[in-house]
Design a protein around this ligand. Structure first.
Ligand code: CA
Length: 224
């Protein structure tokens, strides 16, 4: 497992690298925002996860996240933030991060979050799911529409998997928030909408209402 650590606090970065390498990971440190974005974009296939500090020279973590997702980099992103405000957390998830840790955090906490992001599906997972010409394979985390492999992030994959496990049912936003996000702040269903919008775009266009219908005021329904 190879980790890209974008962090400019040298002591922290080195301590994390030592700890993670002791745990069997390989770690590359990039101490600059723009350089980190470039590395993640150009070498996306070399890494299994990105650990991203929020306050960085030349470009902040929010912007790096947004640009990675806009470039269809699907690597799991774990943000390290010194801020604990609620709105920042929502911003993080909206910008495409999969999870975040508030500094200071324990190494055990970091390890647990990483394992959750890197969790490889076990052998006993169910077979492929299909809806129309969309095929989702839980064992490889791959999604295809026809012959095209879709570059979904972890969250988009989880969303689609949830919809496909509840075909032709109305799934409401609160269910999605509760099942797919670790927190369930009331009134933040916007987070769900943003991820659904991205999922739709990747499924074949923002207007693909045929597959994933919006049920006004309630949630969504996947037609299978
Ligand atoms: Ca920093």
């Amino acid at each position: 497992m190879k980790i890209l650590l974008i962090e400019d606090e040298e002591k922290l970065a080195q301590a994390l690298k030592r700890g993670l390498e002791f745990g069997g990971y390989t770690v590359d440190i990039v101490p600059d925002g723009k350089k980190g974005l470039t590395r993640a974009s150009l070498h996306r296939d070399d890494y299994d996860v990105v650990i991203l500090d929020l306050m960085l020279p030349s470009m902040d973590g929010h912007e790096i996240c947004r640009q990675m997702r806009a470039a269809d980099v699907t690597l799991p992103i774990l943000i390290l933030t010194a801020r604990a405000e609620t709105d920042t957390k929502v911003d993080l998830l909206l910008s495409g991060a999969d999870d975040y840790l508030v500094k200071p955090f324990s190494f055990a906490e970091l390890s647990a979050r990483l394992q959750a992001l890197l969790r490889r599906p076990s052998q006993n997972l169910p077979e492929k799911l299909t809806a129309g010409d969309v095929e989702l394979d839980p064992s490889t985390r791959e999604v295809r529409r026809g012959d095209t492999k879709l570059p979904l992030t972890l969250k988009e994959f989880s969303l689609l998997e949830y919809f496909m496990r509840h075909p032709n049912q109305v799934v409401n936003r609160e269910d999605l928030l509760n099942h797919l996000w670790d927190f369930n702040y009331v009134g933040f269903s916007n987070v769900v909408d943003v991820h659904v919008k991205n999922l739709r775009r990747k499924l074949g266009g923002a207007s693909d209402e045929g597959l994933l219908e919006t049920v006004r005021g309630v949630g969504y329904r996947l037609h299978a």
